[in-house]
Write a protein that binds this ligand. Structure first.
Ligand code: TMP
Length: 208
């Protein structure tokens, strides 16, 4: 059996990481040892190094195309070492962000040409796309206010509200372009309500 590739998307502070953990617990009860969680950029030693490069508030400005190339380089390694082998082994993969984030952040946020992103997507992924994407959606003032209370902001968290508005807008555009894959979930609600909606979606897919 081939596995299932589920991604979680959304702007900062919408509670993605909490929901990945809740979904992991739920699915692991039904498929013990057959569910993994991972993230992008990250998921491999190379990917985590790239993550540090793009998140740290360094002295030089990283150009949008450079940023895109870095996340795709990390993604390639992630697919080779983690995602494809896990799919081949029939596992359920819960991935905190994937290529929709590149369309949203580098495309919507930084203004990188979408055709370029789409070309790299084909080159790096071949036909691989998520089976299901849960887009946790909330206005930037909800999410960003939450993270600004936490700790020193990273390079993205320090962006302007307008940047996050463009990112959110692009995510919603992607969701209307791919309604069969991307489910928009109202993330302005309490974590348990969001988890209940995700549970229903996973049940409808026969996964729990
Ligand atoms: P987070 O997942 O911990 O929120 O942080 C990852 C950051 O990386 C987030 O600000 C979005 C950014 N990112 C991109 O800009 N492009 C991408 O393709 C991915 C996967 C993440």
């Amino acid at each position: 059996m081939t596995g299932v590739f589920i991604t979680f998307e959304g702007i900062e502070g919408v509670g993605k990481t909490t929901q990945v953990q809740k979904a992991y617990k739920l699915l692991s009860a039904k498929h013990p040892g057959n569910v993994i969680t991972t993230r992008e950029p990250g998921g491999t030693p190379t990917g985590e190094t790239v993550r540090n490069v793009i998140l740290q508030d360094g002295a030089d400005m990283i150009d949008g195309i450079t940023e895109m190339l870095l996340v795709f380089a990390a993604r390639r390694q992630h697919i080779q070492d983690v995602i494809q082998p896990s799919l081949d082994a029939g596992r359920i993969i819960l991935c905190d962000r994937f290529t929709d984030a590149t369309f949203a952040y580098q495309g919507g946020g930084r203004g990188v040409d979408e055709q370029l992103i789409a070309r790299l997507q084909d080159m790096v992924q071949g036909a691989l796309r998520p089976d299901l994407t849960l887009l946790l959606d909330a206005a930037p003032d909800v999410g960003i206010a939450r993270i600004r209370k936490r700790s020193a902001p990273d390079r993205f968290e320090a962006e302007t509200m307008n940047f996050f508005r463009r990112v959110r807008h692009k995510y919603l555009e992607l969701a209307s372009r791919h309604p069969e894959r991307i489910h928009v979930i109202d993330a302005a609600r309490e974590a348990d309500k969001i988890a209940a909606e995700i549970r229903s979606l996973l049940e409808a897919k026969g996964l729990c």
